[in-house]
Write a protein that binds this ligand. Structure first.
Ligand code: NDP
Length: 241
């Protein structure tokens, strides 16, 4: 698949696995990140995939960043909205800053990125948009009102855009991971992991980033043109809709 792919937060964690899977599938890949220059440089050294730094919560920065990627690689065919953050707190302690940061990156960021590739995809009559939501956007999660709202919002956004993009050859889908073995998980205390989280997962383990990357590569492929507006859950059986 000789397509141009742009992966937000594509330099580490799940995003790095997605960037690599799309490269292995034959795409020219650009990976963005927010500020971790060291990780991004190490990723480029390891993979040869060029990285770009901007904040997905900033619409103008997305516009400029995408223009740079398109001048380097060509028009973006595949957008993977993967960048995400958590700022967990029970609601009675949640600050407006925690709310706004998470909505800004995880929901508005998806709007900002998609908004800036949409016209080009419509003109060229081809596009693949895949957004990484979360099991916690499907079922809710204690202390994650901000995160769950944003991730549920990504699913509603996707279903609407899927209808708008269908006749223009653009598919819009979501992958909703369960607990995946990345740095985001390292903030969870070991006791909580062993006594609370793992017992909830029927397959008995965390998922691997590569397992999410394979879902994305499939939805991003030319062959997945009849799948749009879908949410592909990859959660080890933890939550079934
Ligand atoms: P990581 O924390 O490992 O990586 C996040 C990536 O997003 C980094 O590259 C980071 O850049 C980038 N990023 C964060 N904020 C911004 C921003 N404002 N602008 C641009 N880039 C940004 O996350 P994971 O790999 O664990 O998660 C990836 C996605 O999967 C997220 O959307 C997350 O919500 C979702 N998810 C993760 C699960 C898990 O178990 N890990 C479960 C379900 C969903 P930098 O390196 O510069 O910080």
């Amino acid at each position: 698949m000789a397509r141009i792919a742009l992966v937000t937060g594509g330099s580490r964690g799940i995003g790095a696995a997605i960037s690599k899977a799309l490269k292995d599938a034959g795409c020219s890949v650009a990976a963005t990140y927010a500020g971790n220059d060291e990780k991004a440089a190490a990723f480029t050294k390891e993979t040869g995939i060029k990285t770009y730094k901007w904040d997905v919560a900033d619409h103008a920065a997305c516009k400029d960043g995408i223009a740079q990627v398109e001048s380097d690689l060509g028009p973006v065919d595949i957008l993977v909205n993967n960048a995400g953050i958590t700022r967990d707190a029970p609601f009675h302690k949640m600050t407006p800053e925690q709310w706004n940061e998470v909505i800004g990156t995880n929901l508005t960021g998806v709007f900002n990125m998609t908004h800036n590739v949409w016209a080009g995809m419509r003109e060229r009559k081809f596009g693949r948009i895949v957004t990484i939501s979360s099991i916690n956007g499907q079922k809710g999660q204690f202390a994650q009102a901000n995160y769950s709202a944003a991730k549920a919002g990504d699913i509603g956004f996707t279903k609407s855009l899927a209808q708008e993009g269908a006749r223009a050859g653009i598919t819009v889908n979501v992958v909703a991971p369960g607990y995946i073995n990345t740095e985001m998980m390292s903030t969870i205390p070991e006791k909580v992991m062993n006594e609370v989280i793992l017992p909830q997962i029927p397959v008995g383990r965390l998922g691997e980033a590569e397992e999410i990357a394979r879902c994305v590569a499939f939805l991003a492929s030319d062959e997945a043109g009849f799948i749009t507006g879908s949410t592909l859950s990859a959660n080890g059986g933890q939550y079934m809709q």
